[in-house]
Design a protein around this ligand. Structure first.
Ligand SMILES: C[S@@+](CC[C@H](N)C(=O)[O-])C[C@H]1O[C@@H](n2cnc3c(N)ncnc32)[C@H](O)[C@@H]1O
Length: 257
């Protein structure tokens, strides 16, 4: 893997412009200009892991990952057999029907498709930060709608949904977790539901994002001010073929204001 250039946020000291010779009032302006002119971090690899984490840091170059990865990132096409997906779908089915559904961080759309089939509706919108993932998902699942969305940015949407689903996304969203949760809450209709399915590595070890989300309970607690938790399932799938994680899967109903 080789890194050709770097964008502002992940600049090394060598790449970073020196501020010492610049009057203070111009520094911020210069940094902004530098960031705008500097191309995205270009990563030459066909291993999807290289676009996600590097040297113990979140890289998060998902657009390049979907363009360049040799294999299907996270083996999303195989997840249909994974027990956490089956449990999540059963949980959803016990509470439905829902009206408008959005899956955020939908990737190639496999889970959106499973939700659509399980709940017997095509009213499922898949949303992902990667335009390439979205166009591939449109080809794979033409019955469904897909759109590009960065859930870490402040959203100014008039749109809202009866069910919002995020699976396996928080290790890529944790630096902006407050904004992400604010967006999820805004996107949920009154009395609407949220389903979070999140994998956790062994909590005794170090992992990226641990300072922000040290445990399944800590993630759940962040949602409790906004949602009544109607189902909470913990699943250790490490003994299951293909499984390697501990899962928190919960369904919450938005609290009345
Ligand atoms: C582990 S994959 C999960 C894919 C799908 N949810 C599944 O369970 O098969 C995480 C997805 O989150 C997307 N993602 C990462 N950051 C995002 C952001 N800020 N906004 C929206 N999607 C994002 C990535 O592009 C990737 O497709």
């Amino acid at each position: 893997m080789s890194l050709i250039t770097s964008r502002g946020l992940f600049m090394s000291d060598k790449e970073s412009p020196s501020n010492e010779s610049i009057p203070k009032e111009h520094r911020e302006q210069r940094l902004m200009a530098f960031q705008m002119e500097t191309p995205m971090m270009q990563i030459e690899s066909n291993d999807y892991h290289d676009f996600v984490f590097r040297d113990g840091r979140l890289v998060g170059e998902f657009e390049q990952m979907y363009q360049k990865s040799r294999e299907v990132p996270w083996h999303q096409d195989k997840d249909i057999a994974r027990i956490d997906c089956r449990v999540a779908l059963e949980m959803l089915a016990t509470r439905g029907p829902y009206g408008r559904i959005i899956e955020i961080g939908c990737g190639l759309g496999y889970l959106a498709d499973m939700i659509s089939k399980k709940l017997g509706t095509n009213n499922v919108l898949g949303a992902d930060i990667s335009a390439t993932a979205v166009s591939k998902a449109k080809v794979l699942f033409p019955r469904l709608d897909f759109t590009v969305l960065d859930i870490t940015c402040p959203l100014n949407l008039s749109d809202s949904f009866d069910l919002i689903v995020l699976r396996g996304c928080f290790w890529y969203l944790f630096p902006q977790i407050e904004q992400v949760i604010e967006n999820i809450v805004k996107l949920t209709k009154p009395n609407g539901h949220v389903m979070i399915a999140q994998n956790f590595p062994p909590l005794t070890g170090d992992f990226i994002g641990k300072e922000t989300i040290p445990s399944p309970d800590s993630l759940l607690e962040r949602f409790k001010p906004h949602y009544d938790i109607v189902m909470d399932v913990r699943l250790d799938d490490r003994q299951v073929k293909g499984g390697n994680d501990f899962w928190l899967i919960f369904l919450g109903r938005k609290k009345a204001l």
